[in-house]
Design a protein around this ligand. Structure first.
Ligand code: ZN
Ligand code: ZN
Length: 388
C-alpha cells in the first residue's frame, strides 16, 4: 500500500490563500534569480561566452539537481516507488537541496497533501486557484504551519533528518559556492555562478513548477477523469519525464510515469539504471491489468457522457451494449491472464508431465488471446459509435 494512503494529516481547516500574505524570502529570491538569469546570461554570452568546462558543469548540475527532485524528492521520498542505498540517498538529498526547493521532508509533506487533496482547498498547489498560483504563486505566499504528521516514515531516516536540519548551508554551499569555486579554478567565476548557480536554479525551478501547473492543465486523461491531472508528451520533455501526470495520479506508487519504452522519462531510466547496477531495489509497478481497466473505465465514462445528448431509446440500447461488451472484454482479459500464468508456470516446472502440459496450454493461450483481441475490437467499434 502506498505510504500516502497510510499516513494521516491534520484535519484543521487550511488558511485561505488570500490571507496568507507574501513570503518575503521566497518571492525576492524567485524574482531576483529569474531577472539575473534573463539579463545576465545573454549579456555574458555576447561579451565573454561560456567555456566548455562551465558548460559541462552546467550539464551535470542540470541532470543532478533535476533528477534529485524528480527521482529523489518525488518518486523515492514522496512515493517510495523504489528503495535505494544510503550513498544514493545522500547524493539525491545533497543535490536536491542544491535545487533550492526546500528540504525533502517539507517537499514530500506538501506533495503527499497534493495527492490526498488534489484540486481541493488543502492541496498546497491547487490548480483551481489559477494557473499562476499552482505554478509559482503558492511558493510566494507564506507557508501554512508545518505539519509533518504525513511524513513520519521519512523522519525515521537519519539522512532525511540531516538534510532537513542543514538544508540552508547545503543549498547555498552545493548550489552556489561550489559553482563559484569551480569558476575561480577555470578563470570565469561570474560565468560559472551565473550559469550553473543562478540560471540552472531558475530552469529546474520552473521545470518542477510546470508539474504542478501545466501537468494539471494541458494534455489527455487516459487513466482517470477523477481529477485535473493530464498526460502530455510535450510536458514530459520539459519536466524530466513527469508529464505523464494523469497516469501518475492514478498509479502514484509506480516508479515510472511514462509506461511505454518510448515515453520520454529520464527519471524512470535513472531508476532502472540504478537497479541494474544493484543500487536500487523493490521497483514498484502497476499491473498491466489494472492499467488496462483504468483506461476502459475512462472510455466507458466518456461514452456515457456522449450518450447523454442522444435520444433516450438509442442511449438505453447503447448503454446495454456497452455493458455487455465491457463484461465480455473484462472476462476475456481475465481468461487470457489466467492461461498465461498457467502456461508460464508449466514452462518453468521441472516436472516432465507439467512441461508436457505447456504444449496443450500454448494452443489454449493462442485461442484466449484471439478471443480477447476480438472482444477488444468489438469494444473499440462500440466506443467509436458513441463518438467518445
Ligand atoms: Zn499533480
Ligand atoms: Zn506524485
Amino acid at each position: 500500500m502506498d505510504s500516502t494512503q497510510t499516513t494521516t494529516v491534520s484535519e484543521s481547516r487550511p488558511t485561505p490563500q488570500s490571507r496568507r500574505g507574501i513570503d518575503w524570502v521566497n518571492t525576492p529570491f524567485l524574482a531576483g534569480t529569474l531577472l539575473i538569469a534573463l539579463i545576465g546570461v545573454p549579456i555574458h554570452l555576447a561579451t565573454t561566452g561560456f567555456s566548455w568546462p562551465i558548460l559541462a558543469l552546467f550539464a551535470f548540475y542540470m541532470a543532478a539537481t533535476g533528477l534529485a527532485i524528480t527521482g529523489g524528492y518525488h518518486r523515492l521520498f514522496s512515493h517510495q516507488s523504489f528503495q535505494t542505498t544510503s550513498p544514493v540517498r545522500a547524493f539525491l538529498l545533497i543535490f536536491g537541496a542544491a535545487a533550492c526547493q526546500n528540504s525533502a521532508l517539507k517537499w514530500a509533506s506538501d506533495h503527499r497533501l497534493h495527492h490526498l487533496y488534489v484540486d481541493k482547498d488543502r492541496d498546497p498547489y491547487n490548480i483551481n486557484e489559477g494557473f499562476f498560483y499552482a505554478h509559482v504563486g503558492w511558493v510566494c505566499l507564506k507557508a501554512r504551519p508545518a505539519d509533518f504528521s504525513n511524513v513520519q516514515d521519512l523522519q525515521k531516516d537519519p539522512l532525511v533528518r540531516w538534510q532537513h536540519r542543514y538544508y540552508l548551508p547545503l543549498a547555498i554551499g552545493v548550489g552556489g559556492v561550489v559553482p563559484l569555486l569551480f569558476g575561480f579554478l577555470v578563470g570565469d567565476w561570474w560565468g560559472s555562478l551565473l550559469l550553473v548557480g543562478v540560471a540552472r536554479t531558475v530552469i529546474v525551478h520552473h521545470s518542477t513548477f510546470l508539474i504542478n501547473s501545466l501537468c494539471h492543465f494541458l494534455g489527455a486523461q487516459p487513466y482517470s477523469l477523477e481529477d485535473t491531472s493530464r498526460d502530455s508528451a510535450l510536458v514530459a520533455l520539459l519536466t524530466y519525464g513527469e508529464g505523464y501526470h494523469n497516469f501518475h495520479h492514478q498509479f502514484q506508487y509506480d516508479y515510472r510515469n511514462g509506461i511505454r519504452w518510448y515515453h520520454w522519462d529520464p527519471t524512470k531510466w535513472m531508476i532502472k539504471i540504478l537497479s541494474v547496477a544493484g543500487w536500487a531495489t523493490r521497483l514498484r509497478t502497476a499491473q498491466d491489468v489494472h492499467i488496462f481497466k483504468a483506461r476502459l473505465a475512462v472510455q466507458r465514462s466518456l461514452a456515457s457522457r456522449n450518450l447523454e445528448r442522444r435520444p433516450r431509446e438509442f442511449r438505453d440500447a447503447m448503454e446495454q451494449k456497452l455493458h455487455l461488451a465491457h463484461e465480455g472484454l473484462v472476462s476475456a482479459l481475465a481468461k487470457w491472464e489466467h492461461v498465461k500464468a498457467e502456461y508460464r508456470a508449466a514452462k518453468r516446472s521441472m516436472d516432465d508431465k507439467r512441461r508436457q502440459l505447456a504444449a496443450t496450454l500454448e494452443t489454449e493461450l493462442i485461442a484466449a488471446r484471439a478471443r480477447f483481441q476480438q472482444a477488444q475490437t468489438s469494444w473499440s467499434m462500440l466506443i467509436d459509435h458513441t463518438g467518445a
